[in-house]
Design a protein around this ligand. Structure first.
Ligand code: NAG
Length: 296
């Protein structure tokens, strides 16, 4: 019996050491082609990431999971030249998200970073970069969605602009852009009922090769009041336009913090989550699916 127990412990430690799969699956992106989802090993340097699943064409990041869109993926390999480099200036990207399990303190995110052009390996061993240098390197970051069922932010960040500018509902946004409220967005709300999936479209409007605005529109089948965040005022428009022209990598992640008040707290945006709210209530992992890329 003792021998069996040792064997079991050995097996468990091997599974734990190997962690989750780097390449959980392939999704189709309309107007673009197949994308090999690539799941990171490290949430932050030294902090193992959670798994990301691909189930029936849906990308499902579990707590502390983060995954990148890529053209190629091989187990345990992270080469920045493999990551998708989507040229999004003058384009619209659509998808559907289900964040019904993400409560106060949970952040279900979909965003773009310039990591396909980052040759530096990073502290997460995967070339990941962002405006908050989570893994070391900085790069341009465009947050289409940082959200839970009570709050929504879209944000623009130059490579070295940690705070950037944000618009949406809940917590704190710079420049105080709160285009909607809890009557319109939230569980049971009239425009976006976050207890069911809803559609997201992000458009990068350009004139003469220059980024003029990011517009994020949320809509839901059967409801007739789409919500929009329009962001055209930011000193980093030239840098972000160049990053979108050169190509950016879509990223999904799911994380939580006992202090997510910047996103969902009372702030100026009168968010409904009261901090401190103790242990964040992140139940079902969010889903991201039905991706499609279109010309504007
Ligand atoms: C990354 O991929 C490129 C293109 O396939 C290749 O030339 C390069 O050697 C790879 N780098 C590493 C570190 O494997």
């Amino acid at each position: 019996m003792a021998g069996h127990r040792v064997l079991l412990l050995l097996l468990l430690s091997v599974v734990r050491a190997e962690g989750h799969s780097t390449c959980p699956g392939v999704i189709a992106v309309g107007g673009h082609g197949p994308v090999r989802v690539t799941s990171t090993k490290w949430n932050m340097p030294g902090d193992p990431a959670g798994p990301v699943d691909v189930v029936a064409g849906k990308v499902v990041p579990h707590m502390k999971g983060r995954a990148y869109f890529a053209g190629a993926c091989s187990e345990g390999q992270f080469n920045h030249t493999s990551y998708s480099s989507m040229k999004l200036l003058g384009k619209r990207l659509r998808y559907t998200t289900d964040i019904s399990g993400a409560g106060c303190g949970c952040n279900a995110a979909f965003y773009l970073v310039a990591m396909a052009h980052n040759a530096e390996l990073s502290g997460c061993d995967d070339h990941y970069c962002d405006a908050n240098s989570v893994c070391g390197p900085n790069c341009a970051e465009i947050d289409v969605q940082e959200a839970n069922r009570f709050a929504w932010h879209s944000a623009l960040h130059k490579a070295y602009d940690r705070n950037g500018v944000a618009g949406g509902y809940g917590g704190w946004t710079q420049g105080a852009t709160y285009p909607f409220d809890s009557a319109q967005y939230g569980p049971g709300s009239k425009c976006i009922d976050t207890s069911a999936p809803f559609d997201v479209a992000v458009s990068f409007h350009a004139t003469g090769g220059t980024l003029k605005a990011m517009e994020v529109t949320l809509s839901q089948p059967g409801r007739t009041c789409p919500l929009s965040v329009h962001m055209g005022e930011y000193p980093g428009m030239a840098e972000l336009g160049a990053a979108l022209s050169a190509g950016m990598t879509p990223v999904v992640s799911y994380w939580s913090s006992p202090d997510m008040a910047w996103l969902d707290g009372p702030g100026m945006g009168k968010g409904p989550c009261q901090s401190p709210y103790g242990q964040p209530k992140c139940s079902a992992a969010p889903q991201f699916y039905g991706f499609a890329l279109e010309d504007l």
